[in-house]
Design a protein around this ligand. Sequence first.
Ligand SMILES: Cc1cc2nc3c(=O)[nH]c(=O)nc-3n(C[C@H](O)[C@H](O)[C@H](O)COP(=O)(O)O)c2cc1C
Length: 193
Amino acid sequence: MTLPNWRQILIGVLHRNRKQPYSRYFQLATVRTDGYPANRTVVFRGFLNNTNQLKIIVDSRSEKINQIQHQPFAEACWYFTETREQFRLAGKLTLVGADCDDAELEKARVSTWQELSDNARIQFAWAHPGEKRANPEAFAPSQPDAVTPLANFCLLLLDPVKVDHLELRGEPQNRYLYTRDEQENWTCIEINP
Ligand SMILES: Cc1cc2nc3c(=O)[nH]c(=O)nc-3n(C[C@H](O)[C@H](O)[C@H](O)COP(=O)(O)O)c2cc1C
């Protein structure tokens, strides 16, 4: 499969912004069940194998899960401070939880868990996110197994269908719009910033 340009460009941008660890954080917007927007910061965990799908890790107990199950459309917004450019990636989310019956996706879920730091893994053993603050003991669990994910550990995949890339550098600025058609072919047009 040939990579759409946006993915190659994004990989290059991540490399050029690698000195700032926060370059791997982006904002992920979803829609609440009442229609209001919901937005939060997440960590980019790489692409799923050779696909264009962005990997994110989430807790199955968190509120965003209801929203995603209600309707899976989402948009990521990602700004790179070193090179001064923004990517907005709109598409559909796929949740890969402990009950996933797709062997490939389950494998990806397990390997993502295994690649995490102990510090990232233990957070999945903390008290229920979003509930009334629990006692300190609820935040001092024993270290979870490093091989087998906890049941509430989920992989979340964002499969973009539209990517809007804005470069602030340059006079005037540059903006490119990538769209994916029904046959999954990508086209890119240059648009006004
Ligand atoms: C720098 C940073 C990175 C974060 N990374 C993640 C992440 O990768 N996955 C995640 O679920 N939450 C992450 N969070 C927490 C979310 O922003 C959010 O507070 C939490 O997921 C609850 O969101 P929800 O109530 O919409 O489910 C991160 C927060 C910050 C500030």
